[in-house]
Design a protein around this ligand. Structure first.
Ligand code: FCB
Length: 473
């Protein structure tokens, strides 16, 4: 197969107004607590499942961890200044549960909470809107020891933590996301074992799916009630891609149905419509798995939301046959096989097709009718630092430009997309890939903690400014 290198992919792109994005379109940058904060044992923070998982030999590239990360905990004002200088209006960040409620039970840890109060103060002072994610994968280790997300009690613990956080910060912050990418928490964490906590049990992963959704619903219900007359923009963030059949054979269409079912409808249907998709439940039953649903759960899970957060990184081409052409595997189960395409790729090996983002947004508009915000989109590339200290990441700029155009195209075709947040503000701890993969529009030199705006950051800043100025209200 011919692999197009990132260099071949990159074009030279100058900043300009993006046609069709309104003046009130929300522009942001995103991060997550464990990926940037460091200060892992400071001010009362206890271990999360990621602190533990990073210590498992072979789990993370080069055995790296988030102990120091970008040292954001100590450099926060400098980082907020960077955010303000980019001219974005919104900063999406996550709260570390083990900072706010160490151990996942009991009262608030005031020192942990104070960090986020200071962060919100800084953002306010610079006119940047805070957008909080309550859970971006850092479950307190004690809750994992008590069963983790496969245990129903974890949903109640999450709702309690959400309550503590909202009670403390709800008067200052309007934008709240409950969970980031529950598919990753459940499937990568509990079925495939490639993210924390590293279990490999399909049945437990499906228990985790339901309890993550229940936790989301209970938290959403609390926030809705507690907000009262206060403005609240409440949402959840899902990782959403496309499933394209390799051919129109029944087997390939079936593979797409299953991938879409287990990857997307299993989350979207209960959240938006209060029911799990029948075909997915049938597939699960055939695999001997039943979701642990109790009376009233789906009512909580379908608590009305204001916005759906979309994280988009890739779509996938699927075949319903294995390499030898068989539609079933050795155990007699139907085959759902991702097929690699001859496309440019990022440093993660992820295929690049911006039009699939348009496709995702139009599909969400048709099937789920919720306003959307792109809460994450971006790319890792193997950046180099030039002699003059600059990072000429034309590949990343191309990626951002093409995906922002894809958002504008979706809007032009009727999708109610209200914002776009680049992943990520700065290079950071990319989970199992450690510090090897750089997603930032700002470079971090981990030896000195120096931050440098890459060319893509300057392009993003100028494009936002020009788009705002050129937009008609
Ligand atoms: C998403 C995660 C985010 C980051 C990007 C590259 O799945 O939400 O933390 O790792 O991928």
């Amino acid at each position: 197969m011919k692999l197009i290198t990132p260099q071949a992919y990159a074009r030279s792109i100058t900043p300009g107004a993006v046609t069709g994005l309104p003046a009130d379109f929300r522009w942001g940058v995103a991060t997550a607590a464990y990926q940037i904060e460091g200060a892992a044992a400071e001010d009362g923070r206890t271990a999360s499942i990621w602190d533990t998982y990073c210590r498992v030999p072979g789990a993370v590239v080069r055995g790296e961890n988030g102990d120091v990360a970008c040292d954001h905990y100590h450099r926060m004002p400098e980082d907020v200044q960077l955010i303000a200088d980019l001219g974005v209006d919104t900063y999406r960040f996550s709260l570390a549960w083990p900072r706010i409620q160490p151990g996942g039970r009991g009262p608030v840890n005031q020192r942990g909470l104070d960090f986020y109060k200071r962060l919100i103060d800084e953002l306010d002072a610079k006119g940047v809107t805070p957008w909080i994610t309550l859970y971006h994968w850092d479950l307190p280790q004690e809750l994992e020891d008590a069963g983790g997300w496969p245990a129903r009690d974890t949903a109640y613990r999450f709702a309690e933590y959400a309550q503590l956080a909202y009670d403390a910060l709800g008067d200052r912050v309007t934008h709240w996301t409950t969970l980031n990418e529950p598919w990753c928490s459940a499937m990568l964490g509990y079925a495939y074992g490639v993210q924390a906590p590293g279990r490999k049990d399909f049945g437990q992963a499906l228990d985790a799916v339901h309890h993550l959704l229940l936790g989301h619903g209970l938290a959403a219900r609390y926030l809705r009630g507690a907000a009262g007359d206060r403005p609240l923009e409440l949402g959840i963030t899902l990782n959403l891609g496309t499933a394209t059949p390799e051919t129109d054979s029944e087997a390939d269409l079936g593979a797409c149905r299953r991938a879409d079912g287990l990857g997307r409808r299993l989350y979207l249907d209960p959240i938006v419509y209060g029911r799990y998709p029948e075909d997915v439940l049938d597939d699960l039953a055939a695999a001997g798995v039943q979701l642990p649903v109790q009376d009233g759960d789906l009512e909580a899970i379908s608590t009305p939301l204001d916005v759906l957060g979309v994280n988009f990184y890739r779509g996938t081409l699927f075949s319903g046959a294995d390499e030898s052409g068989s539609p079933v595997d050795a155990q007699g189960r139907p085959v759902t096989r991702a097929v690699e395409r001859d496309l440019p790729r990022t440093d993660m090996g992820w295929e690049i097709i911006p039009s699939e983002l348009t496709e995702v947004l139009l599909r969400l508009e048709d099937d789920y009718h919720l306003p959307t915000v792109i809460t994450e989109n971006g790319a890792a590339f193997a950046d180099t630092v030039a002699e003059d200290g600059a990072v000429h990441d034309a590949d990343r700029t191309t990626y951002l430009a093409d995906h922002i155009d894809a958002v504008a195209a979706a809007r032009a075709q009727g999708a109610d997309v209200r914002g776009y947040f680049a992943w990520s503000l700065m290079d950071n701890f990319e989970w199992s890939y450690g510090y090897d993969k750089r997603f930032g529009i700002v470079r971090v030199d981990y030896a000195t903690q120096q931050r440098t705006l890459k060319d893509s950051a300057k392009w993003y800043r100028d494009t936002i400014r020009l788009t705002r100025n050129g937009a008609t209200q």
